[in-house]
Design a binder for this molecule. Structure first.
Ligand code: GAR
Length: 208
């Protein structure tokens, strides 16, 4: 069984999709070892508690500077002895040291078709606001391995989602979640846990 730690910052609908997929057997060979939030009082922590998963907070506010926080965050993650770290709506940049220690073992979900609408400043609802501002007709979601860059790691999977003329950022966000995110992320975790994908030489390779 693979030990999986999920990092979150907010509502945790992607976390819930993972929890549900483990319960239903859609994800196999996975034990959800812990949930780490960088914010206090978020719904993700309630979701973890309701599922009987250990939840905890490591907040930058509790540390003198980012370096101290990064150290504490890495320590907390490592305490769970994870085989895979899943960023499910985790809105902080992963420290470089952590990327080195867990190379090929961190995956992230991004609510757009990378390399569009990603990088600095593109997170959560902001992504969908920019998509609507630009007027593109198709957006989607991407699951990728995490490297030192911002949304630059090897792509595991992507799914396109239509943008409607009358969309608001909120309606678009929900459609991207329902049609893409909540399916792609559990599937990628199951693929990883069962040895069907891996990061090799800076690419995602699929093993049949
Ligand atoms: C999700 O849409 C996720 O893709 C996005 O934040 C949202 C979190 O929602 N992540 C990013 O923007 C990362 N750059 P959730 O807490 O309900 O899963």
């Amino acid at each position: 069984m693979l030990r999986v730690v999920v990092c979150v910052s907010g509502g945790g609908t992607n976390l819930q999709a993972i929890i549900d997929a483990v319960k239903s057997g859609e994800i196999t060979n996975v034990e959800l070892a812990g949930v780490i939030s960088n914010k206090y009082g978020v719904k993700s922590l309630d979701r973890a508690a309701a599922a009987g998963i250990e939840g905890c907070v490591v907040s930058p506010k509790d540390y003198a500077d980012r370096e101290e926080f990064n150290k504490a965050f890495l320590e907390k993650v490592s305490g769970f002895k994870p085989d895979l770290i899943v960023l499910a709506g985790f809105l902080l940049k992963i420290p470089e040291e952590m990327v080195r220690v867990y190379s090929g073992k961190i995956i992230n979900i991004h609510p757009a078709l990378i390399p569009s609408f990603c990088g600095m400043g593109y997170y959560g609802l902001k992504v969908h606001e920019k998509v609507l501002e630009r007027g593109v007709k198709v957006t989607g979601a991407t699951v990728h391995f995490v490297n030192e860059g911002m949304d630059e790691g090897p792509i595991i999977s992507q799914k396109a989602v239509e943008v409607h003329d009358d969309d608001t950022p909120e309606t678009l966000q929900l459609r991207v979640m329902e049609e893409a995110e909540w399916k792609l992320l559990p599937r990628a975790i199951d693929d990883y846990a069962n040895g069907r994908i891996a990061m090799e030489n800076g690419r995602c390779v699929r093993k049949v």
